[in-house]
Design a protein around this ligand. Sequence first.
Ligand code: GLA
Length: 352
Amino acid sequence: MKAFGLTPDGRETHLFSLRRDGGFGADISDFGGTLVRLFAPDRHGELADVVLGFDSVRGYTQPTCPYFGSTVGRCGNRIAHGRFTLDGKTYTLATNNAPAGIPCHLHGGPGGFDKVLWQAEQTTVGGDPVLRLRYQSREGEEGYPGNLDVTVEFTVTADQALRIDYSATTDKATPVNLTNHAYFNLAGEGSRSVLGHVLTLNATRYTPVNAGLIPLGELAPVADTPFDFRAPHTVGERIDRPNEQLRFGAGYDHNFVLDGSGSLALAATVLEPLSGRELEVLTTEPGVQFYSGNFLDGTLPGKNGHTYPRRSGLCLETQHFPDSPNQPGFPSVILRPGRSYRSTTVFRFKAR
Ligand code: GLA
């Protein structure tokens, strides 16, 4: 464990290293449950840090931090107009995002789980390095109902994977949708573009959006659209096609409906052909937001003196669908007292 700097209100933050022999592993902070570094080998065994981020906590505390490696919650992705009704009561949340000038609540709000200090415990389980993070989110925090107890457990496994297990309980019904917002660049953070990364998504349908990036409610087929990644395509191949959905997202910024459901299943594969690094994403979640880093603009001073231009990182945010609290046709994100929220995502690395 190392010091990672002070929060704006003067609290100490830390960085925890979880490593295997050979160097595969992750550095994770108790501030925001942030995945700060993730080292994976290329086809020659050469390690690179494959996630975008900052060298110290200061970068992550800025309101302009685009959720680099963040643990996202209480309810990840967008909620239209920052409003939802649950059991007859309407809740109003902060609107901290406004695509096309249409306000919404994004990623748990301005004081979301990415901006809080988690209680950390570093340990090993069955020989695997583990970081267990806990957070108690108070009733009314960011406008949400109920006290929520959350645990996020990061495990670095022998098969070169980072597994993230989320669990939560509540004392009042509340929406819960937890994810990690890592931006991957498998050529190494600081490489200019992810447009040459080859992506496969195990999704026959996706959730098209309006100009405010709120789903229309339908599960539309990806067939015959630039959203069909059932066979591998580079990210860049169709990203600039004239297509209303791509125009709304300024590229890919859409939720895909995963074909595997319920149990831990392969959601996505990403190959970076020059290094041979390949990432497999497995999840128990029904969806994944594929975001091609369209809003990155090269202005933030990132790790190792790097800056991150547009589309220099991509996110695969495993999740329930956006705006679920307002979409009766989507799988429910409502957690009730006496029930447990559970979700698992695995980021597994290979080299080709
Ligand atoms: C999410 C959203 C994007 C963007 C990023 C953060 O992935 O879907 O539109 O807001 O977060 O910059």
